[in-house]
Design a protein around this ligand. Structure first.
Ligand code: 13P
Ligand code: SF4
Length: 338
């Protein structure tokens, strides 16, 4: 069957597919969770849209029989680790993450062994196997809050995102040993083009994800997770914003603040299309329909690995800030009980 191009807007060609998905989600008693980097149409049909922490919490709490994870594989793995009795499916099993790829488990285990006195704070963007070798999982929305609870004399390893790590070293004043991984998407932004853009839009604040390198974060007025960036643009009085993260998030911004203008930060070729996450983009409406119909690809994790990976995730949930009141960007999109 021909693939429907995803441009974030529901078109007449989508009606049949959407009807099939709506029918199947009921038959399967499925909940559809989506990350802000997904195509706008997937975000709009999801039961919940959120950042990595929001989605982990939703996955842990759902009583649906099937969790359809419209995000990348490590996010779907977290859902399975926290809620093993559920069937967790992902529209495309090839939806990986460059940060996960940058941190193979054997190398990570050897890295840990070199620093026996350090605890490992591991960014959630990693495999279940790496989580199983970690002490506490962090996301970009809880990292600072969790680090502040760790005694000042406790040495820390932070993996796999060196840019998030450097940003946290600067913010917390803690000296951490960093794993040299990075996100291929957030590394694409061009400082030169960003400065040019700021010159043309001097009143537009720059909001950036901490996965961006320091030369981009140095120009940011706000640095935070996807949900924190959404909150910033919603609450700011500015009329236009420069957004230095994956452009899928602009869909939510345009929904919640239609009167404001959002400009994607440019990539190295002066365009922002190269900042689309190629892994997130693998999920399509067709694949979503197919995975609901066939209950495959399904996430499977061995029980010993799941239990080992669950311990640092449970620690993360215990040490995270209290759940913030649901806002329009993380609320149930179709009003389903969950
Ligand atoms: P958030 O947790 O901020 O949504 O980030 C997830 C991610 O993969 C960013 O690239
Ligand atoms: Fe991974 Fe980067 Fe894609 Fe986020 S944007 S899922 S860190 S590759």
């Amino acid at each position: 069957m021909m693939s429907i191009p995803l441009n974030g807007k529901v078109g007449p060609g989508d009606a049949e597919l959407l009807a099939e998905i709506n029918q199947l989600r009921q038959t399967r008693n499925a909940v559809i969770l989506a990350h802000y980097y997904q195509d706008g149409r997937i975000q709009d049909l999801a039961d919940f849209v959120g950042d990595s922490l929001d989605l982990s919490r939703k996955a842990a709490a759902t009583d649906a029989d099937v969790i359809v994870f419209c995000g990348v594989r490590f996010m779907a793995e977290v859902a399975k680790i926290l809620n093993p009795a559920k069937t967790v499916i992902l529209p495309d099993m090839a939806a990986g993450c460059s940060l996960e790829d940058s941190c193979p488990v054997d190398d990570f285990a050897a890295f840990r062994a070199r620093y026996p006195d350090h605890i490992s704070l591991t960014y959630i963007n990693c495999s279940a196997a790496v989580k199983a070798h970690s002490d506490i999982i962090i996301t970009s929305s809880n990292a600072r809050y969790i680090i502040d609870q760790i005694p000042a004399d406790q040495p820390i390893l932070l993996a796999p995102d060196q840019h998030l790590g450097r940003y946290l070293v600067q913010e917390t004043g803690r000296d951490m040993v960093l794993w040299p991984g990075s996100c291929i998407v957030h590394e694409q932004f061009s400082e030169k083009e960003l400065i040019n853009l700021k010159t043309r839009h001097p009143l537009a604040p720059v909001a950036a994800h901490p996965e961006c390198p320091a030369h981009i974060l140095n120009h940011a007025d706000h640095v935070g997770s996807t949900s924190s960036i959404l909150k910033f643009v919603r609450e700011s009085d500015a009329d236009s914003f420069i957004i230095a993260t994956e452009p899928g998030i602009i869909h939510q911004m345009e929904k919640t603040s239609p009167e404001k203008t959002f400009i994607g930060a440019p990539g190295i070729d002066g365009e922002c299309s190269c900042n689309q996450c190629p892994f997130m983009a693998l999920n399509t409406l067709e694949k979503l329909r197919d995975c609901l119909r066939d209950l495959t690809p399904v996430i499977e994790i061995s029980e010993p690995e799941r239990l080992a990976a669950k311990a640092p995730l449970d620690r993360m949930l215990e040490m995270s800030p209290p759940q913030i009141q649901q806002t329009t960007d993380s609320m149930p999109m179709s009003g389903r009980a969950y």
